[in-house]
Write a protein that binds this ligand. Structure first.
Ligand code: UTP
Length: 463
C-alpha cells in the first residue's frame, strides 16, 4: 500500500480522513510531515476521550468526599533542623537532581520565545533560565556535588532552548549535568464533531501533552537511565516561570526524606476561593491536587466555622519526587489520566480557509504530573509562605497580576526583606537584585554579611 492508502485506511476507521484534504497539493516534505504526525497519534484514545470524556473521576463526587490535607510547615521549629540535616546529607552525597519543566507554550505571556529566555532580573535582566541555573550551581558549590538538571522542553520550545543554552555555555553548568529532553504532543479536536484540527495544509494542530508528559519523556529520552547511572534518588521539580522557587532547598528535601515520602508537594495558603492555583486535598485518605478550573464552586467557597477557607492549600507546582515513583509510573501509563479542556484553537476548514474562533471551539488533552500523588507511598504536603517562594510569570503587561512588572516587584520585595532582616537599611524604592551566587536565602545573606563576606554597596561577593 502507498503511504496515502495506508493513511486513509488508518484514518477511515476513525472518520478522520478530512486531514488528507490537501494531500494532492503537498510537496514530498509536506506529505512526510503530515504522515509522521498522523502515525504518531493514538486515534483510539482520541475517540475514547471524545466519546466518554476524561479518564479521571468526576470532580463533583470526588470533592464531596474531600477534606483539607494535613500539612508539615516548612519552617516548623521542631522538625526543620532535622529536615535541614537530612536534606543537606542527600545533597552532600550527590543523590539529588533538579527537574525543570519548560515545555509550555506561554500563550498568556505572549513572549515570542521560550519563557525561560524572558529577562526578568529587576536590575540585571537575568533570564529565568539563568536564575534557575545559578541557583543550582550555587547549591552544587555549597555541597560539593553535581546536581544534574533534567530540563523538559517541547517541540514548541526545544530548538530555541538548546541554542540559547549553548550560546550561554549553560551558564557554567558542566555538559554532562544538563540533560535536555523533549516531551510529546497531543492533537486537538473540534468540540462539536470530534474531528482532528489542521493547523496548516500539511500539519495537524498539536500541542505539548501537559507537564505530566514528563514521565514518558523521561523514560523515552534515557533521562531515567541517566539518573539511575548517576545515583540520583530524589528530584526537585519546579516550573520555569517562578523566579522565587527555592531550588533544591535542603529543608524541603529533608522533610520529604524524613517522611519516607515518594512525592512531597509544596502549598501556600490560598488568598481567595478561586485563587488560580491547584488545590491540595485529602480524598479517602489520599493526597491529591485538583486544578482550580476543576474545583466545583461550592467546594471553592466552603468555609470552616472560623470563616477560613476549608480548601486552603494552594499548590505552587513545586514537588520532590523519589526516582522510584517516576520509574514505577514509566511502567504504568494509566497512573497519569488524560484531562480534557475546551480552548480556542485556530484551524483550517475543509476549503482551506483559516478560522479564528471567537469562543472556545476545541478539546485539548493533557496529563498533569501531580496526578502521581495517589500512587506515591507516604505522600506529604509541605506548607510554605507564598511571598517567600512563589511569583509566577504568566500574563502579559496590563493584567492584574503575574505580569513581568508584578514579578519584578515581588523579587525586589524579597531582596529588600532579606537585606532588612540582615540589618541593612535600604530605601523602599531602591533597585535591588541579589544574585543566587551571593545568597539563596535571607539566612545565607545574613551569615555572609556578618562574616564580612559580602559588602553592601559593591554588590559583589568578597573572596
Ligand atoms: P502553564 O500551565 O502555566 O502553561 O505551565 P504556560 O505554557 O507556562 O502558559 P500558558 O498557559 O500557555 O499561558 C506551567 C509550567 O509547566 C510547563 C510550563 O513550561 C511551565 O513551566 N509545561 C506546561 C510544560 O513543560 N509542558 C506542558 O505541556 C505544559
Amino acid at each position: 500500500m502507498t503511504t496515502r492508502e495506508s493513511l486513509i485506511a488508518r484514518l477511515a476507521a476513525h472518520r478522520q480522513q478530512h486531514v488528507l484534504a490537501f494531500w494532492d497539493a503537498l510537496d514530498a516534505a509536506g506529505r512526510a510531515r503530515l504522515a509522521a504526525q498522523i502515525e504518531s497519534i493514538d486515534l483510539d484514545t482520541i475517540d475514547r476521550l471524545y466519546r466518554n470524556g476524561p479518564d479521571h473521576e468526576d470532580f463533583g463526587p470526588l470533592m464531596a468526599r474531600a477534606e483539607p490535607p494535613p500539612a508539615v510547615r516548612l519552617a516548623d521549629a521542631e522538625r526543620s533542623e532535622g529536615a535541614l540535616r537530612a536534606g543537606a546529607a542527600a545533597l552532600s552525597a550527590g543523590r539529588v537532581g533538579a527537574l525543570l519543566v519548560a515545555g509550555g507554550q506561554g500563550s498568556r505571556l505572549g513572549f515570542p520565545h521560550p519563557k525561560g529566555m524572558y529577562p526578568i532580573g529587576p536590575v540585571s535582566d537575568r533570564t529565568l533560565f539563568q536564575i534557575h541555573f545559578e541557583k543550582v550551581l550555587a547549591i552544587r558549590a555549597r555541597y560539593g556535588q553535581p546536581v544534574p538538571i533534567y530540563l523538559m522542553t517541547s517541540p514548541s520550545t526545544h530548538a530555541e532552548t538548546v541554542a540559547f543554552l549553548d550560546r550561554h555555555r549553560r551558564f557554567g553548568l558542566p555538559e554532562d549535568e544538563l540533560i535536555l529532553f523533549c516531551q510529546g504532543t497531543m492533537p486537538a479536536v473540534d468540540a462539536r464533531t470530534g474531528r482532528l484540527l489542521l493547523k496548516d495544509r500539511d500539519q495537524l494542530f498539536l500541542s505539548p501533552d501537559g507537564h505530566g508528559g514528563i514521565v514518558s519523556a523521561l523514560e523515552a529520552s534515557g533521562a531515567l537511565d541517566h539518573m539511575r547511572g548517576r545515583g540520583i534518588e530524589q528530584l526537585f521539580y519546579f516550573q520555569v516561570d517562578n523566579p522565587l522557587v527555592p531550588v533544591c532547598d535542603p529543608t524541603l528535601i529533608g522533610h520529604h526524606l524524613l517522611a519516607n515520602s515518594e512525592l512531597s508537594t509544596v502549598v501556600v495558603a490560598k488568598t481567595s476561593p478561586h485563587d488560580r492555583v491547584g488545590n491540595a486535598v485529602l480524598v479517602d485518605g489520599v493526597v491529591r491536587i485538583v486544578e482550580y478550573i476543576d474545583l466545583p464552586d461550592a467546594a471553592a467557597r466552603a468555609r470552616e466555622p472560623d470563616g477560613a477557607l476549608k480548601f486552603w492549600a494552594g499548590s505552587v507546582a513545586i514537588h520532590v519526587f523519589a526516582r522510584s515513583l517516576l520509574e514505577r509510573a514509566a511502567g504504568n501509563h494509566q497512573l497519569l489520566p488524560l484531562h480534557v479542556s475546551k480552548k480556542k484553537v485556530p484551524y483550517l476548514d475543509d476549503s482551506g480557509r483559516r478560522i479564528e474562533p471567537a469562543d472556545p471551539n476545541a478539546l485539548k488533552f493533557e496529563r498533569f504530573v501531580f496526578d502521581l500523588l495517589p500512587a506515591a507511598e507516604n505522600a506529604i504536603v509541605i506548607e510554605a509562605q507564598r511571598r517567600q517562594i512563589f511569583a509566577p510569570l504568566k500574563n502579559a503587561s496590563g493584567a492584574a497580576t503575574d505580569t513581568p512588572e508584578w514579578v519584578r516587584a515581588q523579587m525586589r520585595r524579597q531582596y529588600h526583606e532579606w537585606l532588612t532582616a540582615a540589618g541593612v537599611a535600604v530605601d523602599a524604592d531602591a533597585a535591588i537584585e541579589i544574585s543566587p551566587w551571593t545568597a539563596l536565602s535571607a539566612e545565607e545573606l545574613q551569615e555572609k554579611i556578618e562574616r564580612g563576606q559580602w559588602c553592601v554597596g559593591s554588590g559583589t561577593e568578597l573572596p
